[in-house]
Design a protein around this ligand. Structure first.
Ligand code: NAP
Length: 248
């Protein structure tokens, strides 16, 4: 049986998920790269993993995390190729920003379905192989917005706060099976998600970050790699804020 651990990273075609996949691969894991639509970006993530020279295997699986059948398929494919799942990173996420009074039910549901229900579906699926092995690391990518709220992001903040509740409940429920569950709450990270923001708004936010810069996807990947490590065996139910001090 393959000695390398297997990590599933959802939404790993671009941005933070891509950096997490590359980091975990570089650290010696086989990785499963999930994404929604952008085939080319997912292949680029695969190439970047291989370029590290770490020698593991990569499985690319297209699928919408908000669809329970797709979620089941992502985990089934991982188990049939690698025979195990050691790490799940629920990273796939979207925004549909707008002020509450103008926010449609559809925009609310879409964000909750992807960011929160997607994590629920994947976690449910992955817990079966993890329980069998009595080992697992589940890491949910929340946001400081889920802790503090944000005007114009009622749907997104609700989904990210929900992820924290999910993280803590799963931590309590599965601790007896040696499965840990933690969240990482990024601040303002430079990706395509934040590229669309107005430069003036970004400059203002940057001036409020004590460390004086936006974060990089690699800043988040390093935090995830720490929680995904076997050595982080006594940390569960926690929210690790990685925001350059923004929320202080
Ligand atoms: P991004 O650059 O927009 O990338 C999002 C990734 O998620 C893409 O690979 C996309 O796939 C995938 N995805 C979207 N919907 C999906 C679905 N239904 N099923 C499967 N995959 C899906 O986003 P990011 O900035 O890297 O954000 C990653 C995570 O960090 C999100 O959960 C986000 O909320 C969180 N976060 C980001 C920031 C920030 O400042 N950027 C701050 C706090 C938290 P395709 O490539 O196929 O479209």
């Amino acid at each position: 049986m393959e000695d390398r651990q297997c990590a599933i990273i959802t939404g790993a075609g671009r941005g933070i998920g891509r950096a997490i996949a590359v980091k975990l691969y570089e650290n010696g894991m086989n990785v499963v790269i999930n994404y929604a639509n952008n085939d080319e970006a997912a292949r680029e993530t695969e190439r970047l993993c291989k370029d590290t020279g770490a020698g593991g295997e990569v499985l690319v699986v297209k699928g919408d995390v908000s669809n329970p059948d797709d979620a089941g398929n992502i985990v089934d494919e991982a188990v049939s190729k690698f025979g195990r799942v050691d790490v799940l990173v629920n990273n796939a996420g979207i925004t549909r920003d707008g002020l509450l009074l103008r926010m449609s039910e559809e925009d609310f549901d879409r964000v909750l379905d992807t960011n929160l229900k997607g994590a629920f579906f994947l976690t449910k699926e992955v817990v079966k192989p993890m329980m069998k092995k009595r080992y697992g690391r589940i890491i949910n990518i929340s946001s400081i917005v889920g802790v503090h709220g944000n005007a114009g992001q009622a749907n997104y903040a609700a989904s990210k706060a929900g992820l924290i509740g999910l993280t803590k409940s799963v931590a309590k429920e599965l601790a007896g099976r040696n499965i840990t569950s933690n969240a990482v709450a990024p601040g303002m990270i430079r990706t395509e998600m934040t590229d669309v923001m107005d430069e003036k708004v970004k400059d203002k936010m940057k001036s409020e970050i004590p460390l004086g810069r936006m974060g990089t996807p690699e800043d988040i990947a390093d935090a995830v790699a720490f929680l995904a490590d076997e050595k982080s065996s006594y940390i569960t139910g926690q929210v690790l804020v990685v925001d350059g001090g923004l929320a202080l």
